[in-house]
Design a protein around this ligand. Sequence first.
Ligand SMILES: [Fe+2]
Ligand SMILES: [Fe+2]
Length: 182
Amino acid sequence: MDGQVAHALPRIREKLIADHRRLDGLLERVLGAIAADERETIADAFTEFDCRLRTHLEAEECHLIPALLRSDPRAARAILAEHAHIRARLLELATAIDLHTIRLSAASAFASELRAHASHEDNFLYRWADEHLGEAEQRSLFADMVDGVISRVRSGAHNPTVTRLGQAGSRAQPRARQRGPA
Ligand SMILES: [Fe+2]
Ligand SMILES: [Fe+2]
């Protein structure tokens, strides 16, 4: 029974690559709205993108990075540094959107950075995770990717302005979570 359930689970790489694609689609929507100067759509699209990207980063930091830190600390720290950079860029973009000073060139540059980060994870981190993480860790990861979005929406923390005030500087390192493997 357990074996059948485990076999039915998607691989981590498959699931997280799909999430990268979803995030890229949301970011494309933001870029399109910026190009068309549709302020309301820019704000709405960026809020959803910000919410889902932060949830994605936290799920990786909670469920993948701690194990990678034990196995390959240098690679893990490099990914954490990129996450810190991504969060800093999200704050810059959110501020520029609030102030209506957002430029397509700045958002496009961020999109390139994010795609490079995603490509590295597709080809390294997720392959490594599929080889090293067990079924329980996999289930926790997938559950947090859904629960994180739901809890952000319910708490109002999906608002990038609230996120900025409440979380600036506090997400650069993996944080202890009440559930899920260490
Ligand atoms: Fe990442
Ligand atoms: Fe990722």
